[in-house]
Ligand binder design. Structure first.
Ligand code: DX5
Ligand code: ZN
Length: 226
């Protein structure tokens, strides 16, 4: 494994009235900012959509990691790529043809990610890894921040890491949900190399310092060093 860990604070735990400032607080320390889009259909929660992402994009320069927890991603996902998102991740449970949507996203200028929710096995999706830039394993049930990390999800992370290594693929393996100082090391040791953290970053008195601490823990726990 040679990719350096990515730390992606989730603005779901930030103050939505001060979004640009909140993203500014982690710029320079974090690699990506994670933007959770929820539609109250795919998950029973509602957050922000394209207009907010478009406005925020103009105010900050850190790469956007957009996590679409929405139905009908074929209809909406390309708009986020066109708005300048670095990576756009849609859910396997919401998409009939993930390879086609991944191609559309890449053509629209972003990386393409596929997310696997808590109750979905990853095995059927391993064959799709060559068509993806990011595979996101939920370490909670998607829908809300502040939930407890589910260590049993790391079996999926290990399965994906094994396949990425065996096929020598360039795919980011991201974990999302309950990632904090007391869970990031086991996720990194299982083979994750991108870490979403909402509460652990924006619940801290110094979000940038929280990012640096998470990064140090992830670095230490990596299965192998270059
Ligand atoms: C939940 C979101 C997560 C959320 C994580 O469905 O996808 O990105 O912000 O929040 P924490 O880090 O608090 O579990
Ligand atoms: Zn997320």
């Amino acid at each position: 494994m040679d990719a350096k860990p990515i730390i992606a604070p989730s603005i779901l735990a930030a103050d939505f009235a001060r979004l640009a400032d909140e993203v500014g607080a982690i710029e320079g320390a974090a690699d990506w900012v994670h933007v959770d889009v929820m539609d109250n259909h795919f998950v029973p929660n509602l957050t922000i959509g394209l207009p907010v992402v478009q406005s925020l994009r103009k105010s900050v320069s850190i790469p956007f990691d957009v996590h679409l927890m929405i139905t009908d991603p074929e209809r909406w996902a390309p708009g986020y790529a066109e708005a300048g998102a670095y990576n756009v991740t849609f859910h396997a449970e919401a998409c009939e043809n993930p390879v086609a949507l991944a191609k559309t996203l890449r053509a629209a200028g972003s990386k393409a990610g596929l997310a696997i929710d808590r109750d979905t096995p990853v095995e059927p999706y391993l064959e799709l890894l060559p068509y993806l830039d990011t595979l996101l394993i939920m370490t909670i049930k998607a829908g809300f921040g502040g939930q407890k990390f589910l260590p049993e999800m790391l079996d999926k992370v290990r399965d994906v890491r094994r396949r990425i290594s065996a096929k020598n693929l360039e795919v980011r393996l991201e974990v999302d949900g309950g990632i904090a100082a007391d869970t990031i090391e086991e996720a990194a040791a299982a083979g994750a190399d991108a870490f979403v953290a909402g509460t652990a970053v924006y619940g801290a008195s110094d979000p940038a310092e929280a990012v640096r601490r998470l990064r140090a823990l992830a670095e230490q726990a990596r299965p192998s060093h270059d």
